[in-house]
Design a binder for this molecule. Structure first.
Ligand code: NG6
Ligand code: CA
Length: 495
């Protein structure tokens, strides 16, 4: 072979490898979606055809976890690769919180950026914005763009927290400077209605909390004034996010891209678009799940239309387990019927039981990941190190709890982690099939949400291979194992 010919061949080979070495990555992330909320995880009471198809074409994990049983610590861990429970100020944040990830820090987004990816986040942020009290009428920074994202279109916190506006890059979208936004989590603005004083304005009433600012007929957490032209309409939120995700994919297709699509469904307030109303038979919570499934279908169809299916690794998961009554009288309890949002698991959102962090977890990469089911123990805290491996880099040093689980995520390793710390209320430990929850004071049941916390005045030890529902406490019959797991948990707590 002539030198030139072999030179060109190796160049062609190199670029072919680069194309598949650097797949696009799309992370489809639901909010409060439980293990039993999708039909491919065995639910017979709801049908999620798009998520099911993704699972059928990919690898469905039966033991996939988010890092915590609420949003902020879960996302903090997923983005930074470090558990949140050692860090102060990483609990559920108000809508005016400062950003809790400092701009100097590596995240799953900086990992992609360093590998030459175009990176974007669309949807629910809930990690705070700014480094002092945010003025929503000027440039808002630091935010996602300062920790590795090239583009963002987000809500600051949650749908039930003010300000009820979207932020694109550094600015509130659609803001009229003549009608500035004011936000307070301390006191109401005189003359502005509140859920507490003006229940007649509400189309959805709170069941607990959520009695402050009234916007779009729904009372929220926190007070807000002004910004009328910028206010979101809850029923259009998921269409808006999906359209922004599609726009991002379309505008990035020349480079490899990473999209973190952080949907808000089925978090409260559950106000899906009218085309989903009544479709699940379970009220707005079920309808919001169908809406998320539909968003998934739309985004996957765009990958197909653009010819990106083969070279895109798609992940789907949720930020914490499910909750039925999370603060609004929205029929979720009344219309639940026999649906089990956490499937066979005990507990849900806010809980140390498996239902708190074991969530739907699916990976699809056509031609690379063999379709099937994996029982490997995997966690979202492992994304930074695994994405570093995927893009041929070393894991960020600060991602100290993040393990390179790429082989497990791609189905080449069936074990995954040896050990995982789960942050419910109490912090608990998994080692293989064993689960240990240390003694934890506090109520066993959260009265408002009517859900189990996992608190118990004695240690709990469960063998999940025999007892997935965590009913048989073996701490007394296997004291040695309980003690050794207690000691290992203490070590992991310190880090
Ligand atoms: C709770 C809210 C709940 C939800 C949760 C955060 C009340 C009474 N309850 O404090 O409705 O917003 O915080 O959910 O205010 S998460 O998914 O973002 O963690
Ligand atoms: Ca959540």
């Amino acid at each position: 072979m002539s030198f030139m010919k072999s030179f060109w061949m190796s160049l062609m080979l190199a670029s072919a490898t680069t194309a598949s070495d650097k797949p696009n990555v799309v992370l489809l992330y639901a909010d409060d979606l439980g293990y039993g909320d999708v039909s491919c995880y065995g639910s017979k009471t709801i049908s999620t055809p798009h998520i099911d198809k993704l699972a059928a074409e990919g690898l469905r994990f039966t033991d996939g976890h988010c890092a915590a049983a609420t949003c902020t610590p879960s996302r903090f861990a997923m983005l930074t690769g470090e558990y949140a429970f050692r860090q102060k100020g990483t609990g559920v944040l108000p809508g005016d919180a400062k950003m809790i990830i400092p701009p100097s820090r590596d995240t799953m987004a900086t990992v992609f950026k360093k590998a030459g990816y175009h990176t974007g986040v669309v949807g629910k942020w809930h990690l705070g914005l700014g480094d002092k009290e945010v003025d929503w009428n000027t440039e808002i920074r630091p935010g996602p763009l300062e920790i590795g994202f090239d583009h963002c279109f987000i809500m600051a916190a949650t749908g039930d927290r003010v300000p009820c506006v979207f932020v694109e890059d550094h600015r509130v979208v659609g803001l009229d400077p003549a009608d500035p936004i004011q936000v307070s989590y301390k006191q109401p603005f005189p003359g502005e209605p509140t859920g507490k004083d003006n229940p007649e304005l509400l189309r959805m009433h709170p069941s607990h909390g959520h009695d402050m600012a009234v916007l779009n007929g729904v009372s929220r957490i926190g007070y807000m004034k002004g910004g009328k032209s910028a206010l979101w309409k809850d029923e259009d939120m998921s269409d808006t996010f999906t359209a922004e995700a599609v726009k991002f994919i379309e505008s990035s297709k020349a480079a490899p891209f990473f999209l973190y699509f952080a949907a808000h469904d089925p978090h409260v307030p559950r106000v899906p678009h009218p085309r989903f109303t009544g479709k699940s038979g379970m009220g707005p919570r079920g309808d919001a799940i169908l809406q998320f499934d539909d968003n998934v279908g739309t985004i996957l169809a765009v990958l197909d239309r653009l010819g990106l299916r083969e070279n895109t690794l798609v992940l789907l998961s949720s930020d914490n387990g499910p909750v039925v009554d999370d603060g609004y009288q929205d029929d979720a309890v009344e219309k639940l019927g026999s649906h089990q949002p956490a499937g066979p698991l005990r507990g849900g959102k806010y809980s140390a039981f498996e239902g708190g962090t074991r969530v739907p977890f699916i990976v699809r990469w056509p031609g690379k990941v063999k379709p099937g089911v994996s029982d490997a123990l995997v966690c979202q805290v492992d994304f930074p190190a695994s994405f570093a491996a995927l893009t041929g880099q070393k894991a960020p040093e600060s991602a100290k709890d993040s393990q390179n689980l790429l082989p497990a995520l791609l189905g080449e390793d069936s074990a995954g982690r040896k050990e995982l710390v789960e942050q419910g209320g109490p912090v608990s430990l998994r080692q293989g099939v064993w689960k240990f929850i240390p003694t934890s004071q506090g109520p066993a049941k959260n009265k408002n949400t009517n859900s189990e916390t996992g608190n118990f005045p004695e240690p709990q030890l469960y063998d999940l291979s025999q007892d997935l529902g965590e009913r048989q406490n073996l701490a007394k019959s296997q004291p040695e194992r309980a003690q050794s797991m207690a000691a290992d948990l203490e070590k992991a707590r310190v880090g």
